[in-house]
Ligand binder design. Structure first.
Ligand code: ADP
Ligand code: MG
Ligand code: MG
Length: 253
C-alpha cells in the first residue's frame, strides 16, 4: 500500500479563492520526493492542509495516509498516525522549555497510540543521544522553544523533534528565501539521516541547492495549484537552468 495518496485535492481560502486545483501525488515507503515551483503556486498551502491548519476549505479530493482518511483527523491524530510537518518559521513558545516541549510531544503521540509514557531516564537518554548527533548544546534544550534561537538552532530543534518522533511521513516546507546555508545543511543532514525503507519524505523547496544535499528519488514541478510534471532528480537541474517559463506559457495558452 502507498504511504500517502493525494487524489485530486482541491482547496480554497477565504472568498472562495481556489489555491489547489487538483493535486495528485503518491508517496511510497522509502521515497524522498521534492516539490519545486514558483512563489505563490500553492506549495505551502498543500503543506498546511496536510497539517490540518485552519483557514483552508477542502472542496474536493482525498488524502490517505496508510490508507486512512487524513483529512478526517484532528492535527494531533495526524501526528499520532505518523505525520510530521516542518515549516521554515517554527513557532516560538515562551515559557516552555524545549526539553519539556519534546517530552510532551512524544508522550502525546504515545498516548494516542495506546503506548505507555517514556520514563524520565528513558526520555533523557533518547534526547541526549539524538541531540549529540545534531551537535545540539544541552543548554539549548533548557531554553524556551525557539525563543531567540538562531535560524540554525531552530532548524536543529526541528530535526531533533523529527528524529524523536520517528514519523512515517515527514513533510518539510523549506519555503522561499531566508534559509541560510547552515540551516540548509542541517535540514539536509537531518533528512538524510532519517531516510529509511519504511519512511517517506516530501521536501518542498525553491532551491535546487538544497537538492544537491538531499538527493530526491522523484521531483515534481508544482505550478498554479497542481503538479504539472514529475521526473527524476535531473528534473531539478533542468528547472535550475530553464526556470518555469515553459509552464507559464502552457498555462497562458
Ligand atoms: P507557495 O508556498 O508556493 O509560495 P502559498 O501556498 O504560500 O504558495 O500561496 C499560494 C497562494 O495562496 C498565494 O496567492 C497566497 O497569497 C494564497 N494564500 C495562502 N494561504 C492563504 C490564506 N490562509 N488566506 C488567503 N490566501 C492564502
Ligand atoms: Mg511563498
Ligand atoms: Mg511557500
Amino acid at each position: 500500500m502507498s504511504l500517502l495518496e493525494i487524489k485530486n485535492l482541491q482547496v480554497s481560502v477565504e472568498d472562495d479563492r481556489q489555491i489547489l486545483r487538483g493535486v495528485d501525488l503518491t508517496v511510497n515507503p522509502g521515497e524522498v520526493h521534492a516539490i519545486m515551483g514558483p512563489n505563490g503556486s500553492g506549495k505551502s498551502t498543500l503543506a498546511h492542509v496536510l497539517s490540518g491548519k485552519d483557514g483552508y476549505e477542502v472542496t474536493g479530493g482525498e488524502v490517505l495516509l496508510d490508507g486512512a482518511d487524513l483529512l478526517a483527523m484532528e492535527p494531533d491524530e495526524r501526528a499520532a498516525a505518523g505525520l510530521f510537518l516542518a515549516f521554515q518559521y517554527p513557532m516560538e513558545i515562551p515559557g516552555v522549555a524545549t526539553m519539556t516541549f519534546l517530552r510532551t510531544a512524544m508522550n502525546a503521540q504515545r498516548k494516542k497510540r495506546g503506548e505507555a509514557e517514556l520514563s524520565t531516564p528513558e526520555f533523557m537518554k533518547r534526547v541526549r543521544e539524538e541531540a549529540a548527533k545534531l551537535s545540539i548544546d544541552p543548554e539549548m534544550l533548557r531554553r524556551p522553544v525557539n525563543v531567540g534561537f538562531s535560524g540554525g538552532e531552530k532548524k536543529r530543534n526541528e530535526v531533533l523533534q523529527m528524529a524523536l518522533l520517528q514519523p512515517k511521513l515527514a513533510v518539510l516546507d523549506e519555503t522561499d528565501s531566508g534559509l541560510d546555508i547552515d540551516a540548509l545543511k542541517i535540514a539536509a543532514e537531518g533528512v538524510n539521516r532519517l531516510r529509511s525503507p519504511e519512511r517517506g519524505m516530501i521536501v518542498i523547496t525553491h532551491y535546487q541547492r538544497l537538492l544537491d544535499h538531499i538527493v530526491p528519488d522523484i521531483v515534481h514541478v508544482f505550478f498554479n495549484g497542481r503538479i504539472v510534471r514529475t521526473g527524476g532528480k535531473e528534473l531539478a537541474h533542468e528547472l535550475e537552468a530553464k526556470g518555469y517559463a515553459d509552464y507559464e506559457q502552457e498555462v497562458a495558452a
